[in-house]
Design a protein around this ligand. Structure first.
Ligand code: AMP
Ligand code: ZN
Length: 489
C-alpha cells in the first residue's frame, strides 16, 4: 500500500507523510474559542481533525494529539484590536469569564461526542508527564508556559517591552520585504484592507502582542515579569503545542482562515524562541459555506449549530457523513437538502449493519471479494484523505453484498467504520441487544409525559429528536412502539 500522502501548506503540494519519530505522530490542532456555540462550519474543522487522526491510526501510527481551548486573549479582531471575546459575552450575559468558558466547553464536548469526534483527555493540572502527550488544554491553565516562551523570544531579541504590552518584532524576524512562510505574502499584502491597531508603542503596525499590559478593565489578568496583564491569542498555541508535544511538531492543523495571520505568527514566535522548525506539515481544511441561507427556522440571525439539525430530525452523524462526502480541501456547500442526502446514505449503511445475519457476524474471515474493496478504500484514504472516494467504495461494497446475497463483509466494514466513525457496530449492537439507547429511552418517556399533558408541540419536538437518533416512534392502540428507522418501515 502506498504510504499516506497529505497536502502540506508549507510546500503547497501533496507529499508523503513521514513522522519525525517512526511510528509516533505529534499532532496539534487549533481548537475553539469558547464564547458562543460552535457553528457547523467550526464543526467541519473538528470532523476533519478527527478524520485525519483516524487516518493516521488506520495507517498504524500512535497519535499524540493536542487541542487548545481559547478561554482568554482572543480579541474581536485578530489584529490586536477590540474586546476579549469571552469577556464580551461575560459582560453581555452577566456571568464571569470562567462561567462562560465552562458553559461553552461543555457544549463543545457534547457536540463533538454527538459527531463521534474523539477529543483528547483534559490536560491534568500541575506537572505534566514528558512530551509528547495528548491533551485538551485551556489557555488559562497554561499561562506559565506562555510566559516562558515570551521570555525566550525576548532573550533572542525578537520582541520588545513597552508600557502597553510586549510585542513581537515582525519586520526584524522576516527581514526587509520578507514573506510569510505559509501565505507567502509581504506584510503589506498580508494586512491589506485590514484596519490595524497602531498603538504608538509598536515599532510597526504589523507587530503583534505577546502579552498585553495596562488594561485595568480586563477581567482576567496574571502577574508576569513585565507586569500584570494577559497573553495575546497567538502565543497560546505556540506555548501549549510545544509544552505537550515537543519543540517540533509533525502536524499542525486549522481552518484556511488561519493561514495568513494566526499560523504565520505561531511559526514566527515558536521558531524565534527555539531556533528549530515548528511544524513539519501544516494542513488546512476548507470552509463550510452556504450557512447564511440555511433554512433552519431557529437559526435566523446566526449560523446553524448542531442542535438545529437535531431539532430538524437529522442524525448528527449525517453531518459527519456530509463532511466525509467532500474532500477536506474543497469548499463544502451546506443545505438541509445536502445533509438529508447524506443521511439517506447513512441509513443505507445502518440498515445493512442492523440486518446482518448470524453467519456473517460469526465469520472471522470475510469473502475473498471484499479484499479488493479494502485495498481501494485504503488507497483513497492515503491519497490526501480522499474521503468521498473512500465512501463511494464503502457504498459500492455494500451494494455488491446485496447483489451477491453474500453478507460476509462485516470485518472489512467494521474496519472501515473505525476510520469513518459512523457507529455502524453500535447500531448493530443495539438491535441485537433489543434495547433502546438510554438517550432514546429518556426522550420517549419525556414525550409520553408531554402527550399526557396535551403538550403536543413539545411532543412533536421530541419526536424529531428521537428521529435524529435514527429511531421511529409509532403511537398504536396498545401503546407507543419505538423501532430503529428503516427496519421499522
Ligand atoms: P474559531 O473558534 O473561530 O477560532 O474557529 C475554530 C475553527 O473553525 C478554526 O480552525 C477555524 O479555522 C474553523 N472554521 C471557522 N469557520 C469555518 C467554516 N465556515 N468552515 C470550516 N471551518 C471553519
Ligand atoms: Zn492556534
Amino acid at each position: 500500500m502506498k504510504p499516506l500522502q497529505i497536502y502540506n501548506s508549507l510546500i503547497r503540494a501533496v507529499e508523503e507523510f513521514v513522522p519525525l519519530t517512526p511510528g509516533v505522530v505529534t499532532f496539534y490542532s487549533c481548537g475553539p474559542t469558547v464564547y458562543l456555540p460552535q457553528h457547523l462550519g467550526n464543526m467541519r474543522a473538528y470532523v476533519f481533525v478527527d478524520t485525519l487522526k483516524r487516518a493516521l491510526r488506520f495507517n498504524g501510527y500512535d497519535v499524540r494529539h493536542v487541542m487548545n481551548i481559547t478561554d482568554v486573549g482572543h480579541l474581536t479582531s485578530d489584529a490586536d484590536a477590540g474586546e476579549d471575546k469571552i469577556e464580551k459575552t461575560a459582560r453581555a450575559q452577566g456571568k464571569s469569564p470562567l462561567e462562560v468558558a465552562d458553559f461553552y466547553i461543555a457544549q463543545f464536548k457534547r457536540d463533538c461526542a454527538a459527531l463521534n469526534i474523539e477529543l483528547p483527555s483534559d490536560a491534568p493540572a500541575g506537572d505534566h508527564p514528558a512530551p509528547p502527550q495528548s491533551a485538551l488544554c485551556r489557555a488559562t491553565g497554561n499561562i506559565d508556559a506562555m510566559i516562558a516562551v515570551i521570555t525566550r523570544i525576548l532573550a533572542n531579541g525578537h520582541g520588545y517591552v513597552t508600557p502597553s504590552g510586549v510585542y513581537f518584532d515582525v519586520e526584524k524576524w522576516r527581514g526587509p520585504g520578507g514573506r510569510g512562510r505559509l501565505a507567502r505574502q509581504s506584510l503589506a499584502e498580508q494586512h491589506a484592507g485590514q484596519r490595524l491597531e497602531h498603538s504608538a508603542d509598536k515599532k510597526s503596525p504589523h507587530d503583534f502582542a505577546l502579552w498585553v499590559l495596562n488594561q485595568p478593565h480586563h477581567l482576567m489578568q496574571w502577574d508576569s515579569p513585565w507586569g500584570r496583564g494577559y497573553p495575546g491569542w497567538h502565543i497560546e498555541c505556540s506555548a501549549m503545542s510545544m509544552k505537550y508535544l515537543g519543540e517540533t511538531l509533525d502536524i499542525h492543523s486549522g481552518g484556511l482562515d488561519h493561514i495568513p495571520v494566526h499560523h504565520e505568527n505561531e511559526i514566527a514566535q515558536s521558531e524565534s524562541a527555539t531556533g528549530h522548525p515548528f511544524a513539519r506539515y501544516f494542513v488546512h481544511n476548507a470552509f463550510l459555506v452556504g450557512m447564511e441561507g440555511a433554512k433552519i427556522s431557529k437559526s435566523a440571525g446566526r449560523f446553524p449549530v448542531l442542535a438545529d439539525l437535531i431539532a430538524a430530525g437529522i442524525n448528527p452523524l449525517a453531518f459527519r457523513m456530509l463532511c466525509l462526502g467532500a474532500k477536506y480541501r474543497s469548499e463544502l456547500a451546506f443545505s438541509l437538502e445536502s445533509v438529508r442526502a447524506a443521511q439517506s446514505n447513512l441509513d443505507y449503511l445502518n440498515e445493512f449493519a442492523r440486518n446482518l445475519n448470524e453467519s456473517a457476524l460469526a465469520s472471522e474471515q470475510d469473502s475473498a471479494w471484499a479484499q479488493e474493496y479494502a485495498e481501494r478504500f485504503h488507497q483513497a484514504l492515503n491519497h490526501d484523505l480522499n474521503t468521498p472516494q473512500a465512501m463511494a467504495v464503502v457504498l459500492e461494497m455494500v451494494a455488491q453484498a446485496y447483489r451477491l446475497h453474500d453478507q460476509r463483509i462485516w470485518q472489512t466494514l467494521r474496519r472501515f467504520d473505525q476510520m469513518l466513525g459512523l457507529d455502524l457496530a453500535k447500531r448493530l449492537d443495539e438491535v441485537r441487544a433489543g434495547v433502546l439507547p438510554p438517550e432514546v429511552s429518556r426522550l420517549v418517556s419525556e414525550r409520553e409525559k408531554a402527550r399526557a399533558d396535551k403538550n403536543f408541540a413539545r411532543s412533536d419536538e421530541l419526536r424529531a429528536l428521537i428521529e435524529a437518533m435514527d429511531y421511529v416512534v409509532k403511537d398504536t392502540k396498545t401503546g407507543v412502539v419505538v423501532m430503529p428507522r428503516r427496519v421499522a418501515t
